[in-house]
Design a protein around this ligand. Structure first.
Ligand code: MRU
Length: 379
């Protein structure tokens, strides 16, 4: 049976069967752990045309879903991986040694799915601390403890995104037009969003906010996902092609650019969806503040600068085929497809985390955010 055969069309229809409320309290969710430790996942490749959920019953399927970008966005990838580990714990009935061997196998498999988003290895490291400590327990307590640890990662992400939203919304004036790139929203996180969490919080505070969403070539996360979730929340959004951003910064008053991040190096260099670097250059040229919103799980203090960040190269067909079918490039010509780029710290105005706001020089400020946990404003 294929995944789609097992799918349900919306979370609401799914709930009638066995599905819990999304942890975030929203009406949709990128990924949830079901009571039986199967993984419920919204297939984001089908949005905006179809809101289809699938039930994953094997940890290897979770790995495939991350690789194929049925779930995507750095925090959501981390949460999905944690749920993949919970599913592995539920599927493994052997003794302690067999349990450890299987958890090790699944951890390696999940870690290899996408290289750039550090939230993946961050979540797997957290999960390792739990599964390695419970190997000698009986099956039921093993699976319960691992599932609880995974859900805690999800719950903490929602909380972090709400804190980021509250902190960042202060910088969004009433009547602002905000430009964003890719999708750093509820779909990319536990359910509130980082960049879109800031916009959401400003909207919830009663500010009138209008969003210009870069369509985000080649996979169109801005056009398909950002536009879907903002319009669903009643937040004004218009889609522009990536190449229109400079034009709008020149012709219209853009209050700020807000983007998410896949990995932030210790010096404040920011890896995010391809095109972010160009956007930061244009923002600087037009005097538009360039904000990055990300939980501290995205900050990688072990990587000193952006030069050390591995950039994922994806299949060239994502560029050469439109709608995954029609070739738009001559048959004999190849395409390049780096999925991310690195914006140098000097182009970043501020980084909003759940533990405060970091500004240049970023090194100390980011380390304080990661080490803090007290919500203090760090500059
Ligand atoms: O390739 P994707 O869709 O996983 O890339 C997503 C992004 O680049 C997001 O901006 C980033 O992960 C932040 S999500 C809160």
């Amino acid at each position: 049976m294929s995944h789609s055969d097992r799918g349900v069309d919306t979370l609401t229809s799914g709930r009638a069967h066995q599905h819990p409320e999304p942890i975030s309290g929203a009406s949709y969710s990128a990924v949830e752990l079901l009571p039986n430790s199967n993984v419920l996942m919204l297939d984001q490749r089908r949005l905006p045309m179809q809101e289809k959920y699938e039930v994953l019953t094997r940890p290897d399927d979770v790995g495939a879903a991350i690789r194929e970008m049925r779930v995507r966005g750095a925090p959501a990838i981390g949460i999905a991986a944690a749920y993949g580990i919970a599913l592995a714990a539920a599927c493994t009935r052997g003794d302690g040694a067999a349990f450890l061997a299987e958890m090790e196998r699944v951890t390696s498999l999940l870690a290899a799915t996408r290289p750039t988003a550090v939230n993946l290895s961050w979540a797997l490291t957290r999960m390792r601390a739990t599964w390695s400590a419970v190997a000698d327990r009986d099956h039921t307590s093993r699976l319960m403890l691992v599932a609880t640890a995974a859900r805690d990662i999800h719950i903490a992400d929602v909380r972090a995104c709400k804190a980021i939203g509250a902190l960042g919304a202060v910088h969004v004036p009433d009547g602002a037009t905000v430009l964003t790139h890719c999708n750093a929203g509820a779909l990319a996180t536990g359910g509130y969003g980082t960049a879109l969490g800031v916009i959401r919080a400003a909207h919830e505070a009663g500010k009138r906010v209008r969003v210009l969403a870069d369509e985000t070539r080649p996979l169109l996360q801005g056009a398909r996902l950002t536009a879907w979730e903002l319009s669903r929340d009643g937040i004004a959004v218009e889609v522009i092609t990536d190449s229109m951003a400079a034009h709008f910064m020149k012709k219209e008053k853009i209050a700020c650019v807000i983007v998410g991040a896949d990995r932030i190096a210790a010096n404040g260099d920011v890896a995010n969806k391809i095109g972010t670097y160009g956007l930061a250059c244009i923002a600087r040229a037009h005097g538009v503040p360039f904000f990055v919103a990300a939980p501290t799980s995205t900050v990688d203090l072990a990587t000193p600068t952006g030069d050390g960040i591995v950039i994922e190269e994806r299949n060239e067909e994502e560029v050469t085929l439109s709608d995954s079918r029609t070739r738009t490039v001559p048959d004999t010509v190849h395409a390049r497809n780096p999925a991310f780029d690195v914006t140098p710290a000097e182009l970043v105005t501020a980084i909003f985390t759940e533990h405060g706001e970091a500004r240049a020089p970023f090194g100390q400020a980011l380390a304080a955010c990661v080490g803090s946990g007290h919500g203090a404003k760090v500059r």
